[in-house]
Ligand binder design. Structure first.
Ligand code: CP
Length: 310
């Protein structure tokens, strides 16, 4: 590994070559997933705690599968059935868990910065599995890995991220990562869902999806967070679909096939039409498969593995 990192907290500040290293190692593990016997001894003797304070399907299960494929011992922590319910703080909780001799912590939490705090108080390796609206680095890495499987290079590709940018940790990690890899990044959504001054990150902002579609190689479509709809950030779900929903009719106006991505969970018929989600250009389920390989790569490299795997 070029730079021995102890933690994966975010992609802000990560260089293109560091990102490429994760993608190269993930390619090796992706091949392992196609073997009849998928288990490797790589993390034998290591104990990983999956600390999920927020709901998750894809991230939680794919971390757990990645750890199992690499023969780690696993502890799954769920806040709803723990002493968090009795008022125990995050730091007290993790210090007690660390006292039981663990090596790595995968954490999802609603507070931005939760993973950073753990990295300061624990000796274990910390992996951010999503912290509030801040970052979701393994999602962006698996997104870039999926793009790299479909194009010869990320450099100079045009990728649009569509939807609720303002509340999206997936968008932030993708912006940092894609910019480091030399891609052109367009953001598209209602003005109320795009942070002011985000163009300072080197992205281009659009509010008309029909101007974006003809320019792009990849559309990464974000979930409309229905729980925020009560705050009146756009007039109605129907109006959002009419103006920003990705439909076959809209895609037909492009002069080339566009790779369709979505981090999940999807609102079919809202941000993405069902037939687009299931179309031949959709790689949404490939993203999920690749998530296991990418997370194996992250665990491997943080545990001190070398990028040259034989
Ligand atoms: N993409 C993603 O983070 O999905 P989950 O919330 O199901 O983990």
């Amino acid at each position: 590994m070029q730079t021995q990192k102890r933690h994966l907290l975010g992609l802000d500040g990560m260089s293109g070559s560091q990102i490429q290293e994760f993608l190269d190692v993930a390619k090796h593990f992706r091949e392992v997933l196609d073997r009849p016997i998928k288990r490797l001894p790589t993390l034998q003797g290591k104990t990983v705690v999956n600390l999920f304070y927020e709901p998750s399907t894809r991230t939680r299960i794919s971390f757990e599968l990645a750890e199992k494929r690499m023969s780690a011992d696993i502890v799954n922590f769920s806040a709803s059935t723990s002493s968090v319910k009795k008022g125990e703080t995050l730091i007290d909780t993790v210090k007690n868990i660390e006292a039981m001799k663990i090596d790595m912590v995968v954490v999802r939490h609603s507070s931005p910065g939760a993973a950073h705090i753990l990295s300061r108080v624990l000796d274990a390796n910390i992996i951010n599995a999503g912290d509030g609206g801040h970052e979701h680095p393994t999602q962006a890495l698996l997104d870039m890995f999926t793009i790299s499987q479909n194009f010869s290079s990320l450099k100079d590709l045009t990728v649009a991220i569509v939807g609720d940018i303002a509340h999206s940790r997936v968008a932030m990690s993708n912006i940092y990562g894609l910019k480091s890899m030399g891609a052109r990044v367009l953001l598209c959504g209602p003005a109320t869902l795009i942070p002011r001054e985000i163009d300072k990150l080197g992205v281009e902002v659009y509010h008309n999806i029909d101007e974006v579609i003809p320019q792009v190689d990849v559309l990464n479509i974000l979930r409309i967070q229905l729980e925020r709809q009560s705050s009146g950030l756009f007039p109605s779900l129907r109006e959002y679909h009419n103006y920003f929903g990705i439909t076959r009719e809209r895609l037909r106006r492009a002069d080339r096939p566009i790779l369709i991505m979505h981090p999940g969970p999807m609102n079919r018929g809202l941000e993405i039409a069902s037939d687009v989600a299931d179309s031949e250009h959709s790689v949404i389920l490939e993203q999920v498969t690749n998530g296991v390989a990418l997370r194996m790569a992250v665990l491997y490299l943080l545990a001190g593995g070398q990028s040259e795997i034989h």
